[in-house]
Design a protein around this ligand. Sequence first.
Ligand code: TPP
Ligand code: MG
Length: 417
Amino acid sequence: MSRAARSSGLKFLRAALANSESSFFNHHRHRFVQIPRLFDDPRGRRTMSSEKSDGDQKLQIEVPVKFIAHNIEAPPSQIVDTSKKEIIDMFTQAYMMRRLEIAADTLYKSKFIRGFCHLYDGQEAVVVGMEKALTHEDAVVTSYRDHCTHLGRGGTPLEVMAELMGRFDGASKGMGGSMHMYRREAHFFGGNGIVGAQTPIGAGLAFAYKYNKQPNVAVAMYGDGAANQGQLFEAMNMAALWDLPIIYVCENNHYGMGTAIERSAKSPNYYKRGDYVPGLKVDGMDALAVKQAFKFSKEHCVSGKGPIVLEMDTYRYHGHSMSDPGSTYRTRDEITGIRQERDPVERLRKLINDLGLLEPAEVKAIEKAQRKIVDEAVAAAKASPEPTSDWLTKNMHVDTRNVRVRGVDAYASHPVV
Ligand SMILES: Cc1ncc(C[n+]2csc(CCOP(=O)(O)OP(=O)(O)O)c2C)c(N)n1
Ligand SMILES: [Mg+2]
């Protein structure tokens, strides 16, 4: 469809909206609010403009799925301030994440990647939307499902790919693997293999911000399975007691390994599970809704109101890890249905098309460029060397060469080998 034809289609859409709160939009579709947007100019006139000073185009989009609040008087608006550039950017990032995870799947099956490997495809909107509301001065800590979190924090596809293959160019010099992405300079404190372990670490990061009087927030991301872990409640208690600036993000992908949430949680309303901690349930497949929820939460935390829980309603397409085909505890129809109705990458693409932000050929060009980036990262990771054996002890905190430790017998000591 030409840009002109789409634009006349949009005019029709606007007219339809002006006339009715039409059922034309089902509950998963974004509603386009207003282009150009009205705002007050410095001379006190109401001015129509769609251009920002940098040539970007301002947009306001109504996200269709309502935020559901717990212990929050004024939940965030359904209307999200965004821009053409931001939407294209989110699509580009989400598309690249998707490609990277699919490449990882292939590499795993051809044995270039070994060991644990948990893929994030399906959940991309959570990281992409989150990063639009935070800065890299804010801290993030997550679970073992961390490849895309690393990319969101500005890490490169090569750092992820090489880490997956145990190569020296990896985020952790190839010594950690899939669960151990890490990027200190962007305040990304890694993936964690122990379910829930990141939640008290997040409280510690938030404590540091409060102690140093820094206007930043810590984010601890955990799964629906981890939501039943005791340490989360201990950490939340402390965070709430001390009003720590932390956003607890429950990525509810509806399964903990092969166990559906209804079979593992007495209450699968994870946004309420902080009890005295405010919470919001968010459509975690909608990057704009995610951004809005994080913007709201960061303001909440930095203003001194303490922690908040965001339940992201999301879905993982792959099995729990590469050893799980992911099809024994759920139906193929369920997976296909989510792909068709809620896919986060397709939603962003649709937004670009519906608003006529790019021509279809321009979208194709973005996809091609991102595929090339991933392909090049795979090639470079394969060419990257393995870490040399002296790296095995390089990150030890203590030089143990002259240290003796007590044995089972209190009077005998042994050298550390
Ligand atoms: C303390 C601990 N218990 C058990 C495990 C094994 N384990 C790894 S992932 C997982 C399920 C977690 O599910 P969820 O929190 O929903 O995260 P998701 O994998 O869905 O992202 C379990 C039980 C572990 N790694 N650590
Ligand atoms: Mg889960």
